[in-house]
Ligand binder design. Sequence first.
Ligand code: GLC
Ligand code: MG
Length: 424
Amino acid sequence: MDRLDGPARLMIVSDLDLTMVDHQDLENTSLLRFNALWEAYYRQDSLLVFSSGRSPGSYRRLWKKRPLLTPDVAIMSVGTEIMYGESMVRDEGWEQYLNWKWNREIVKEEAAKFPDLIPQSETAQRPHKVSFFVEKSKALEVMKPLQGILEKRGLDVKLVYSHSKALDILPKRAGKGEALAYLLRKLEVDGKVPVNTLVCGDSGNDAELFSIPKVYGVMVSNSQEELLQWHEQNAKHNPRIIHSPEKCAAGILQAIGNFCLGPNVSPRDIRDFQKCKVQGFSPEHEVVKFYLFYERWRRAEIEKSEQQRQNLQLMFFPLGTFVHPSGVQQSFDHCVDAMLRFHGDKKGQKYCIWVDRLSSAQIGSDAWLVKFHKWELSEGERRGCLTTVLLSSQEKAPDIFTWMHLHQTWLYGSEPEDQTTWLF
Ligand code: GLC
Ligand code: MG
């Protein structure tokens, strides 16, 4: 959260499963659209928060399979664990605060007396979260008496029902809403309350997010009955909350537009940048646009033509170099030749590219240093490179950038055995 000097222009607080991530869409279409929008227009001055029921380990497993961006804050295990930055530094103060009137052994002991409660796997059990499965028809029968029994034993707990099957028992002070309120208080102390906050969710454990004052909210089209019901009973007349007609991450994009929170046309929705003037050019947008081109090129969604070859040659400074992640230095001419050879090599395959953690700094009147993580997911294998690009803009046409220098280093053991198919 310290990444920004001032208040975030927009803070998005989103659930993961079936909000950010559409488990039915193996191509990750709407998630990739969101990613491109975020990195091109928001990463520099906004905050991304993931708020999930998953434990940190289960989040890591999802991260390996799906093109998830790096959030500024990860709120895990239904608002019981808060972690900051890429290295996921735990907020120990938060966990201390949750110890109040909480004892997980007592929760387990009392819950075991209800045969309808089936404990979830060990990995789902966390210091401040005890989780079960329970049939919808039995849920209410169990929740009320169990809450009373735990109160009698001196605890103050919260029971949250999600996906018509999962029951989480948490300390009263925990939950996705309480965790967000805590984050907002922290930001307030630093004078950095976001200009706008948008919360996004689909199921019961997300309901609390929508009760935080002043936030905008989107319940994605595929929201669960329990969330829609909560909304009907508690927030029906709040104009800041919508039930989007769009599914998962597409619903988030739609809500950004609906509430006029900033640009909401993803660069991925633009097929031809020559024909379609974009909302604003910037070094960040340039990088996102190039990698989109690169993905479409390798998937043969763009035709190989003499014009394209010339465009590529114009884009790269003739004397510039690319330091390949293997350490080998290549001339841009060599790279353009390689790119021409690799046209369509990923056609028909599950292949996508996205950039993450994009930041740029103007280092001269016409020069920018842009740094980001560039990821490729190819038939289930994920590889990434820390990438630095030196861009220069033309005085007469400031929206045209020349790529002067490009340097990559493998990220987190991404190095493949065969490095020859890695281009930029
Ligand atoms: C996630 C968690 C699970 C929890 C559910 C609802 O699926 O893994 O433990 O019960 O979210 O909050
Ligand atoms: Mg969900």
